[in-house]
Design a protein around this ligand. Structure first.
Ligand SMILES: [Zn+2]
Length: 257
């Protein structure tokens, strides 16, 4: 792939660009996931047959950059960085790759099958069903939140936390259910659980998809508890609770921090 031009990495098929990525060797496990994510990202760019490549500055109608247009663009744009949900994800105790994944979940930019179908990375709707229930189109909201399997995981999380799970219609609402305690630090500890849950669900989804693995509720719940404790322990100074404290009563560890 190194030094290749775009025109060498695919071809036109009846007016539509089809990516054909060629690698030095066959891709393995995690690399296949990266390839899917890459295909998803690049498929968002619309190519036009016969049009030469060039740079366009979108905020200006003539396509040319000016400082004034950049200034106006920054003033007017609704940048996700300023949104409280993105700030909460960014300041959480999760590792940066997990924060990046959570951002893509919130922006509906993960390589779930519905998005791959929309971008024509997969061709048929029959290949786009959820790996957990096999009976629903795999959208990001479905696979991570509303699939019966994922719902059981979230119910398990709330049971572990000693609270009730409310029905959320958006990912943002779902995220903000994880705000236990009264101060920002306590809320950051709670956010780790939400991030560990979406990450653990996504990893098990990939394990089924790419390696024919199986989904077991207890195993996923265990990994959520373990990951959230590890992230909090590693990144919050003064977090003194042991893994058994956390496994036994996370709510107490959060409000006691
Ligand atoms: Zn499902």
């Amino acid at each position: 792939m190194k030094w290749k031009l775009v025109r060498e990495c695919g071809s036109w098929d009846r007016g539509r660009w089809q990516w054909k990525l060629i690698w030095r060797r066959p891709l393995l496990g995690r690399e296949l996931i990266w390839e899917q994510a890459l295909l998803h990202e690049i498929s968002l760019v619309q190519l036009h047959e016969g049009v030469p490549d060039g740079w366009i500055w979108l905020p200006n109608t003539d396509g040319l950059f000016s400082v004034q247009s950049a200034y106006l663009f920054l003033q007017e744009s609704d940048l996700p960085e300023a949104d409280p949900v993105f700030i909460s994800v960014w300041t959480s105790f999760a590792p940066s790759n997990v924060k990046g994944f959570a951002w893509r979940v919130l922006l509906d930019r993960i390589a779930c099958r519905e998005n791959l179908l929309k971008r024509r990375v997969i061709a048929s709707i029959s290949d786009a069903s959820c790996v957990f229930c096999n009976s629903h189109l795999e959208s990001s909201f479905h696979v991570l939140f509303s699939c019966p399997f994922s719902m059981q995981i979230w119910q398990g999380c709330f049971q572990w936390l000693g609270c009730s799970l409310f029905q959320s219609n958006t990912i943002r609402e779902h995220f903000f259910q994880f705000r236990f305690g009264t101060n920002k630090l306590q809320q950051r500890l709670s956010h780790s659980i939400w991030l560990a849950a979406i990450w653990s669900l996504w990893l098990v989804r990939n394990d089924i998809f790419f390696r024919g693995g199986t989904a077991a509720i207890e195993v996923v719940l265990e990994s959520i508890k373990r990951r959230s404790w590890q992230w909090n322990k590693a990144n919050m100074r003064g977090f003194s609770y042991s893994s058994s404290d956390w496994f036994l009563n996370p709510h107490l560890c959060i409000v006691g921090s």
